[in-house]
Design a protein. Structure first.
Length: 179
């Protein structure tokens, strides 16, 4: 029988063997393994009964108890492909609940959509390419204008509009910045 063990479980075997050989007390072994004495005793009973395989979890490799049934998963993925292919996980979950009375968490739907290729997470999306706008070659080729309507003279004259012209062209050092 092939047993898959983690490094943490493999490191427990020599300590448990020292406890069995009475070279180490249970309290000292529990401190070494960073467990309580009671936890160590439970592991020790399984180790004595089944050997090294008793240390590993018996649930390893088995499906979770709260797993969604496969037929419901297939039904949801079919609905997502046919009706909600361009929806994100949150909106898809709302529509499944609202129209089909299927209540599943957003995270579950998101994982299913990613696995099925219906949704690409933000971290895996290609970044958008923004093309830089280079400055214009000639003076006066591109002028940006802005205005500001305001009571600039604080009641001493009528309201005025301040106009600002900015030339976005390459220019020599002696050219004026504002026209």
């Amino acid at each position: 029988m092939l047993v898959t063990m983690s490094q943490k479980e493999l490191n427990r075997i020599p300590v448990l063997q020292q406890v069995c050989d009475k070279l180490l007390t249970q309290a000292a072994a529990a401190k070494l393994l960073k467990l309580s004495v009671r936890q160590l005793q439970r592991i020790l009973v399984r180790y004595l009964a089944d050997g090294a395989a008793g240390i590993t979890s018996r649930k390893r490799g088995n499906p979770a108890n709260n797993r969604v049934p496969d037929d419901l998963k297939l039904r949801v993925l079919t609905l997502l492909r046919e009706k909600y292919g361009d929806f994100g996980p949150t909106l898809s979950t709302e529509k499944l609940s609202e129209r089909h009375q299927i209540s599943i968490s957003v995270e579950t739907v998101r994982h299913w959509m990613i696995a099925d290729g219906l949704w690409v997470p933000h971290a895996r999306r290609k970044p958008r390419v923004y093309q830089p706008r280079y400055r214009r070659d000639c003076l006066g080729e591109l002028i940006q204008i802005d205005d500001s309507h305001h009571d600039w003279f604080e009641g001493r004259a009528s309201k005025c509009c301040l106009l600002i012209y900015i030339d976005d062209a390459n220019r020599s050092a002696d050219a004026p910045a504002v026209l």
